[in-house]
Ligand binder design. Structure first.
Ligand SMILES: Nc1ncnc2c1ncn2[C@@H]1O[C@H](COP(=O)(O)OP(=O)(O)OP(=O)(O)O)[C@@H](O)[C@H]1O
Ligand SMILES: [Mg+2]
Length: 149
C-alpha cells in the first residue's frame, strides 16, 4: 500500500504527524528517507509532541540513537554515520522492543530491520513544500489506508 501527500509548510507536516500518532503501537517501526534537510528530524519532533514527550528532540546524528520518555518510549535513530561502517547490532534490542522506533537513513541498517514497517520518503519540492511517499507493509498497510490523503 502506497500513498502520496503534499505537505505545504510546517503546520501541514505537524498535522500529518498528529494523524500518524493515533496509530502508534509498541514495536512500531517508522523508517524515514529523504535528502539532508528534507525534514526527517522535524517530522520526528512533531511525532514526539503527540506521543506526550516533553523533552526537546534533537538530531541523534552524533550519538546514533536517543531515547525519550512518552506514552510509549521513542527510540530516535539517525544511522547516517553507519554508512560503510556496518550495522550496529545493539540497535536490534530497541527496534524489536516495546517502543516506537524512528530511523533516519534506515537503508544503512536494512539487514536488521523487520520487513513489516512504515516508510515515509520525503522529497523537497521547495523551501516549504515536501512530497511524502508513504508505504506500509504487513500490519502497516491498514494504517496507510486509514491515514487519509
Ligand atoms: N514542510 C516542511 N517539512 C519539513 N521541514 C521543513 C518544511 N518546511 C521547512 N522545513 C525546514 O527544513 C529543515 C528540515 O531539517 P531536518 O533537520 O528536519 O532535516 P533532516 O531530513 O532530518 O536532515 P538530516 O538528513 O541532516 O538529518 C528544517 O529547518 C525545517 O524547519
Ligand atoms: Mg535529521
Amino acid at each position: 500500500m502506497e500513498k502520496y501527500r503534499i505537505i505545504d509548510g510546517l503546520v501541514s507536516l505537524e498535522l500529518f504527524a498528529k494523524q500518524l500518532s493515533d496509530f502508534l503501537f509498541e514495536g512500531f517501526v517508522l523508517c524515514l528517507d529523504g535528502d539532508l534537510g528534507a525534514g526527517k528530524t522535524t517530522f520526528t519532533k512533531f511525532l514526539g509532541k503527540y506521543m506526550g514527550i516533553e523533552d526537546t528532540i534533537n538530531s541523534p546524528t552524533f550519538t546514533i540513537m536517543k531515547i525519550y520518555d512518552g506514552e510509549l518510549p521513542l527510540y530516535h535513530m539517525d544511522v547516517y554515520r553507519l554508512q560503510g561502517v556496518g550495522v550496529d547490532y545493539e540497535l536490534e534490542e530497541y527496534i524489536y522492543g516495546d517502543g516506537v522506533t524512528v530511523i533516519e537513513w534506515y537503508h544503512h541498517i536494512e539487514e536488521i530491520l523487520p520487513e513489516e514497517r512504515l516508510v515515509i520518503e520525503i522529497e523537497i519540492i521547495d523551501a516549504l513544500k515536501r512530497k511524502l511517499t508513504i508505504r506500509g507493509t504487513g500490519q502497516y498497510e491498514r494504517i496507510v489506508e486509514k491515514l487519509g490523503d
